[in-house]
Design a protein around this ligand. Structure first.
Ligand code: GLU
Length: 483
């Protein structure tokens, strides 16, 4: 059997993490089994149509390297791959079900349904469509059709017996048919609902493995009844557990949880995101954690999929992102960093030095502006207490002496290079019998105005450039004199 999986997102305007994971697992499963991965756009809910949403889906998948073998933009033998373009294909199938008694037309208006729903609620029951319109005679139906009364087509679910299906992760699940409701298959506007379109399309597109979120697990018996009614082969099901923000809450864009694009905007690397998302509900069976997309394709298997919900742990993602950042080449680091250097007002500074002081510290690129705020602007009101440091054996008095020595020596330098600045400072410490730290601490504090900085005195001096470095050193000396 040829493995064929599909990612079937609705164009909502963003890609949430759960969506991305559904697509990723379908992609990985296809790749791991030499199969084909399809992209199908499920846009039958025209009210929810969002301009540009389909492009966002393409862009995101391409961005992370999840290339599809068939899809709206590249075509394929089973097209069209956009449900609204398949609109006319569904109705004949629904009519076939009407003929065979597996579906029926329902003319109930929204008001009538609301009334019956309210009455059921008053009786303390949950409303389930009562098959009211199944009682209509042929003549009654024809009269309504002739009069142009709008209708929907509903699935006629048996009221007795049970329906079972097998999920490759959850095993065999059996439900009482009496617990299922007669879902709408075709809406009054002629568009299919998800409940119908997924079955027709998965069949016509010869999907071998239907991989999707757990929210569809409860409806799967109804889908099986449809496959059976048509006499179609039932696909293999693989449902995925939800991704949770915490033990109680599902991750949700509506509740403010970040989407894929939000994380990218914050400065998470797409490779790290994909790697982390892959581990939300799957594990390789050993303690490996870092995977490229190619490696995931080789390692993925349904056996490693989890039956319990995954918790989205931003800290863990952030740790993973840091691993990916550390592994970048200096050029790559700089390319990612540019945007944040511009934000921080340090785009003119030496990129090689910035990379040297930041790459091993930054966990997410948007941390950069806060880390380097002092480079763009010195907080001149810093406290001279910062000049005191036990380990470096400095205090304001020692610091004043150090700055008195350092300032003329640096000022006299013919060139402001790393070697020149470094050698001057280090030789001066040695000549005066000082620890390097005793000399470097006050220099760094005067230039940064804060205790914790990425990079040391020499790197900061190079980044600031001679004029600004000297200005800050002199200001530090002033502050110490005034105390
Ligand atoms: N359009 C559905 C969604 O975005 C897809 C579900 C499925 O994969 O069948 O949730």
């Amino acid at each position: 059997m040829q493995v064929r999986t599909r990612f079937a997102p609705s164009p909502t305007g963003y890609m949430h993490i759960g969506n991305l994971r559904s697509g990723l697992y379908a992609y990985l499963f296809a790749r791991a089994n030499g199969g084909r991965f399809l992209l199908r756009i499920e846009d039958t809910d025209q009210e929810r149509f969002v301009e540009g949403a389909t492009e966002l889906i393409y862009r995101t998948l391409k961005d992370v390297g999840m290339n599809w073998d068939e899809g709206p933009d590249i075509g394929g033998e089973y097209g069209p791959y956009v449900q609204s373009e398949r609109k006319d294909m569904y109705l004949p199938y629904a009519e076939q079900l009407i003929k065979s008694g597996h579906a029926y037309r329902c003319f109930c208006t929204r008001e009538e349904l609301d009334e019956r729903r309210a009455a059921a609620a008053a009786r303390g029951e949950t409303f389930k469509y009562d098959k009211h319109c199944m009682g209509m005679s042929e003549a009654e139906i024809q009269a309504k059709l002739d009069a142009g009364v709008p209708y929907v087509i509903r699935q006629n679910v048996p009221t007795q017996g049970t329906t079972s299906f097998t999920d490759l992760v959850f095993g065999t699940i059996t439900v009482n048919n009496s617990d299922l409701d007669d879902s709408v298959l075709i809406k009054a506007d002629g568009m299919p609902t998800y409940n119908f379109a997924n079955v027709v399309d998965d069949h016509l597109m010869e999907i071998s493995h239907v991989m999707r979120g757990m929210e569809y697990l409860a409806s799967t018996p109804k889908y099986n009844l449809l496959y059976q009614a048509f006499g179609w082969e039932i696909p293999q099901y693989i449902h995925m557990t939800p991704i949770m923000r915490d033990a109680q809450h599902k991750l949700s864009k509506r509740d403010g949880d970040a989407s894929y694009a939000d994380f990218v905007d914050k400065g998470y690397l797409k490779e790290a995101l994909i790697n982390y998302v892959a581990l939300l509900g799957w594990n390789p069976g050993d303690d490996r954690e870092i995977f490229t997309l190619d490696e995931l394709c080789g390692a993925f298997s349904v056996e490693g999929m989890s039956k319990s919900p995954a918790i989205f742990d931003v800290e863990k993602l952030t740790w993973m992102n840091a691993q990916y950042i550390m592994a970048l080449s200096p050029e790559e680091f700089t390319a990612h960093g540019e945007k944040y250097y511009a934000q921080a007002g340090i785009a003119h500074m030496d990129k090689a030095v910035l990379c040297k002081i930041l790459q091993q510290r930054v966990r997410v690129f948007n941390e950069i502006p806060d880390m380097v705020d002092f480079l763009a602007k010195l907080d001149e009101g810093y406290s001279i207490d910062l000049f005191t440091n036990k380990k470096s054996k400095t205090d304001p008095e020692v610091s004043a002496k150090v700055l008195d020595m350092v300032i003329p020596a640096l000022e006299a330098l013919p060139q402001w290079t790393e070697t020149a600045v470094h050698d001057t400072l280090i030789n001066m410490a040695a000549e005066n019998g000082m620890k390097n730290g005793t000399l470097l601490w006050p220099v760094r504090i005067a230039m940064a105005g804060k205790a914790v900085t990425p990079g040391g005195a020499i790197e900061i001096a190079l980044l600031l450039g001679r004029d600004e470095a000297m200005r800050r050193l002199k200001l530090g000396r002033e502050k110490l004199r005034q105390k």
